[in-house]
Design a binder for this molecule. Sequence first.
Ligand code: PNW
Length: 488
Amino acid sequence: TGHDLTVQEFPLPANFAWGTATAAYQIEGGASQDGKGKSIWDTYSHLEPSRTNGENADVSCDHYNRMPEDVELMASLDVDVYRFSIAWSRIIPLGGRDDPVNEKGIAFYNDLIDRLVARNIEPVVTLYHWDAPQEIYDRYGALLDTGEFRADFEHYARLCFTRFGDRVKKWVTFNEPYIISIFAHLNGTLAPGHCREAGTDTKAEPWRVGHTIILSHAAVVDMYAREFQASQEGEITIVLNGHFYEPYNASLQADKDAAERRMVFYIGWFADPVFLGSDYPAEMRSYLGPRLPEFTPDERELLRRTAPINAFYGMNHYSTKYARQLSDPPADDDWTSNIEESSVNSEGKEIGPVSGLGWLRVAPEGFRKLLNWVWKRYHVPIIVTENGCPYGGEEDVARAVDDKFRQRYFGLYLDAISRAIYEDGVVVKGYYAWSLMDNYEWSAGYGPRYGIVHVDFTTLKRTPKGSAYYLRDTFKSRRKASSRRDVC
Ligand code: PNW
């Protein structure tokens, strides 16, 4: 393909943290065990099987019952960090601020956290990884009602800080607000698939959902700072995903502008209010007009006050794409500003080798550029909170164990981080591989396997893949190399 795909094993700082990431609905199973309430994902995955590849996560990896084994597995891989999410409906089954707390759910996360701490693995906890309690969706539409959701989310977050904050020192409020807003409330390919229901307003709702997330995030950051920071001394932030975009035709100014604007619409939408404490990007305001909600003066003040409290930028990143400005006048409901995305440019060049998913190309240079883009715009330390890929055919455990494709992907993406740190001066403090183990990949069911550990979904047996050992070993040697380098 004309891409240099030789892994260089460049060094990383001695205190650089590596870990693995998961999300509650994707791995836990135990769907109605010990008093767990239903989430919008329990509903969605049973509603119309074709929406989720005919599959649900009632059992999935059965992590709820096999958690001790999974912690031991991570310990054996020498991970420094484990990023997981709490299922809101497990600890407040109905979700609301006046609803009962489920102590058995609390006990599960206490046990998990205790075991991690005992193994010297740092817990990084996401409060909302897409699984709103069904009841709050039935009551008021969950994220569609900014005020109600914010009040319930604050209550849930306060419960988590109170019960777990003595041991959890890194908190993430929301995972990937872009995906929640666009995929779950515009395209309808993720729960609740709201836009598929009668009487929905897809012109306004995705932007209102984004607005709810930003304000709920800021409110909880504010609460953490006021009520918990002094005694618990932890950190809090948000996790944003985003591709890097290259111009489809590098000699056209319109395509260069489109690539930049695509990232502003993808990342700046959330990161400008959250990390800069500012309004939505001006490009979005002028393009979307009244579809984009306004921040009240009090809300602006909240954003300004909380922006500097966010301890790091949580970056989920998988791949790079080309962006092309279509010349036709945009349809009035086009929200991307009429930009087309592709993996092949105007000269027929592919952005990188294809993985098991058509859009997920191996493009480490784009990753390095994105790290620079985020650092330059927000100037906040970055932790890569998800990165990884499936490559196909991994149901077969023998093929999964010999996962050279993924090992190379990890190797190249870590090289990109090293260059961003040492050559570009970007501050990157950690890297969490997605994912600890094969799991329920949302609407794609058990198809794509992102795990560094293979899961046999019949026997539930876990088998580390080559990449699990690759990560363990490469972090050992890259960090040694850097301490030698630091001494020189
Ligand atoms: C993330 N995209 O989602 C999620 O945080 C994980 O739960 C998920 O399993 C993982 O990535 C792999 O997909 C994404 O279209 C969903 O670019 C879609 C995209 C990116 C990330």
